[in-house]
Design a protein around this ligand. Structure first.
Ligand code: HEM
Length: 397
């Protein structure tokens, strides 16, 4: 099934989406897909302008269900504070503990699929811990989130019957957990939310369940993709990076922010931001009709792929010319921009920088054992499998 019509990407699109999107961008800045419903917008200044156009809104499944004033003024800012400042030490310690625990487990085996065993495991385990979900539920959560992530793609809008079931299952899991007694150390995110819900009686239990479920899915699927793309970059055979360069890239907190922005910009798992047309309007000689959906291509995707270390060297050199650090980060768009700027960006950066800090250990123990298998997707760019074999086994000598 061809979604893109003329200029349709080839079957290895998911492996190298950038080349194809560049080709589409050259053909036309606004490309109506073959289904007559989706527009692919590739021109960066249009993308930046359309992200906040008043005739457009985010698809319902991308936003929290509760849009009440109390929710927007109390809950959303609280969540942003939780991720960035309030709990930074707790989150750092928790992430480090989980990653080290996982690497210790992997140290005892000779082969691994680093996506399922690490890139997917770490963010899922972290979010389960923050929300107080049982460790025994972790594998099923990881599989369900992976299925839901696929739903973001065009190829699944034709209907993957199991996804609504997956969402319902996660909601039930969360609802059960909310009823169980807990303490802050066990589940700091859930306990903080419960406290807010006690303070503001107008907030409903459905909205609490929705909040936790959205955090569970948004907070794990995207980080899994970002870590997977980073690990694929690190394990590029002969060109494996020097561990010392990687450590230098995350030496100070500012280096960490810059490096993580570079990682997400280069290897973003989410290639487009989606916007629904709720009021028809004209744009750049085209008419966007009510009910159509715009796929706004993240500008750096069109710019083309690069290896991390090459990009870091270039970015460090150009940063001297960049007077406004925040502006440069926002231009990235891999975390969105403005009102809907990614709420979990600090948590994602934390996990990326901690993986980079552990890269020497990963690179010392493992080498590639086959090609990366990419998600067969149009709008997502992320590995599903990265097979590695231990360098310490006799068979490798
Ligand atoms: C590398 C990892 C991540 C990437 C690439 C990413 C990407 C994005 C993007 C592009 C948006 C804007 C969507 C739009 O404007 O249409 C967004 C919003 C959002 N992200 Fe992330 N995200 C990541 C990690 C996380 C994490 C860890 C969490 C939760 C803990 C999270 C929760 C959210 C939420 C709740 C929103 C909606 C914010 C709002 O509408 O107010 N994300 N993310």
């Amino acid at each position: 099934m061809t979604h893109f019509g003329r200029g349709s990407p080839p079957s290895d699109h998911a492996r190298d989406p950038y080349t194809t999107l560049r080709t589409l961008a050259r053909q036309c800045a606004c490309h109506l897909l073959a289904d007559g419903r989706h527009w692919l917008i590739t021109e960066p200044s249009s993308v930046t302008a359309l992200v906040h156009h008043e005739a457009l809104s985010l698809p319902a499944h991308n936003v929290f269900v509760d849009q009440s004033q109390t929710y927007l003024e109390q809950v959303v800012p609280w969540l942003r504070r939780f991720m960035s400042t309030t709990h930074v030490n707790v989150l750092q310690a928790m992430t480090a503990r989980l990653m080290d625990q996982r690497l210790d487990q992997l140290a005892r085996v000779d082969e691994t699929d680093l996506i399922f065993d690490f890139a997917g495991w770490v963010p899922t385990a972290l979010m389960c811990r923050l929300l107080g979900l049982e460790e025994a539920d972790l594998p099923i959560v990881q599989r369900l989130v992976n299925a839901i992530q696929g739903h973001y793609d065009l190829s699944s809008s034709l209907g993957t019957a199991d996804v609504p079931g997956a969402e319902a299952f996660l909601r039930q899991l969360v609802a059960r957990r909310i009823k169980a007694p807990s303490n802050e150390e066990a589940a700091p995110l859930l306990e903080g939310l419960l406290e807010l819900w006690r303070r503001y009686p107008s907030l409903t239990i459905e909205s609490l369940v929705d909040t936790c479920t959205k955090l569970l899915t948004a907070g794990t699927a995207t980080v899994t993709g970002a870590l997977g793309n980073l690990l694929d970059d690190l394990f590029q055979g002969q060109e494996s990076p020097n561990p010392e360069d990687l450590m230098a890239a995350v030496a100070t907190p500012l280096d960490q922010i810059r490096t993580c922005e570079t990682v997400v910009r280069l290897h973003t798992p989410v290639l487009v931001l989606k916007r629904d047309v709720h009021l028809a309007f004209n744009w750049d000689g085209h008419r966007f009709e009510t009910g159509q959906r715009l796929l706004l291509v993240v500008p750096t995707v069109v710019a083309g792929p690069r290896r991390l270390l090459h990009a870091l060297a270039k970015d460090t050199a150009s940063q001297a010319d960049e007077p406004n650090e925040t502006a440069s980060i926002r231009k990235n768009l891999a975390f969105g921009y403005g009102d809907h700027y990614c709420l979990g960006a600090p948590l994602a950066r934390l996990q990326i920088s901690q993986v980079l800090q552990r890269a020497p250990r990963l690179l010392a123990k493992w080498r590639r054992d086959g090609e990366t298998i990419w998600r067969p997707a149009w709008l997502l760019h992320e590995p599903l499998h990265l097979p590695l074999i231990s360098t310490e086994t006799p068979s490798c000598n």
